[in-house]
Design a binder for this molecule. Structure first.
Ligand code: SF4
Ligand code: SF4
Ligand code: SF4
Length: 244
């Protein structure tokens, strides 16, 4: 049986609860040997794992050492969720330094999302059961959005939030939506819930600062909103400062 661990670093447990809530989880329980999963078991074996699903970013030397030890032993390391993949929303904290786990080890796979989208997470768990491959979509959130036909880039963005359920593309309504630069896979979850995308899946192009800068040069943004451009980096720290 494949030996699996679910490892939590600096995180909120949301990704692990998404695993527990997955329709695939009962199948996983029957098919693999889960040796580490703090939320559901006192048994915690963090050695001799074939696959480690890792939630959260790295804040402590011992976290980095554990990752390196697993990786050196041949464990396939899978980054689960935006904190593990990108640093995540926690990396915005002014009080601590958080790194994505790819800074310390080579990854077998990465699945971003805060938490990861249900369908892709199911595919990922299935891959642990039957060894199948998973790939992330190479299109953007707009490609899954019901308002894609209405998209407009020439309306001034004056708001970060909607008051009413949208009748058309958020950008057309003057509300900032990061769908054009965000990787698909969530089936436009937030937009279908009447909320603009804030980019939890990360950008398709890993060069985040230039992607964001290009996007902000493409759309028209009011001065008041430009002050909040850093919101575009909610899941990953920028290396680029915007002019205020
Ligand atoms: S990616 Fe989101 S849900 Fe997962 S641990 Fe980080 S903050 Fe929590
Ligand atoms: S910008 Fe947002 S609302 Fe508009 S099509 Fe893209 S995802 Fe949908
Ligand atoms: S719409 Fe954007 S923020 Fe919402 S789940 Fe999808 S990628 Fe994440």
């Amino acid at each position: 049986m494949t030996k699996i661990g679910f490892l939590q670093l600096n995180s909120c447990s949301g990704c692990m609860f998404a695993v527990l809530g997955s329709a695939l989880f009962p199948e996983l329980l029957k098919s693999v040997d889960i040796r580490l999963f703090r939320l559901i078991s006192d048994i915690q074996v963090d050695t001799d794992l074939d696959i480690a699903f890792v939630e959260g970013g790295v804040t402590r030397d011992e976290d980095a050492e554990l990752l390196r030890r697993l990786w050196t032993a041949g464990t396939k390391i899978i980054a689960l969720g935006s904190c593990a993949v990108l640093g995540g929303i926690m990396s915005q904290s002014p009080n601590m330094h958080i790194d994505p786990i790819s800074k310390f080890v080579d990854l077998h796979l990465s699945l971003p999302g805060c938490p990861p989208p249900r369908k892709l997470l199911g595919n990922l768990l299935m891959s642990a059961i039957d060894g199948s491959e998973i790939t992330l979509p190479e299109k953007n959130v707009c490609g899954e959005c019901p308002f894609a036909q209405d998209q407009a880039f020439d309306v001034e963005i004056t708001s970060l939030h909607n008051i009413h359920p949208p009748q058309s593309c958020f950008l057309r309504e003057g509300i900032l939506c990061l769908g054009p630069i965000t990787r698909a896979g969530c089936e436009a979850l937030c937009i279908n819930g009447a909320t603009p995308c804030d980019g939890c899946m990360g950008t398709i192009d890993r060069n985040l600062p230039s992607t964001i800068a290009n996007f902000f040069s493409l759309i028209k943004v009011s001065d008041a909103i430009r002050k909040y451009a850093a919101l575009a980096f909610r899941y990953q720290k920028p290396e680029l400062k915007f002019k205020q």
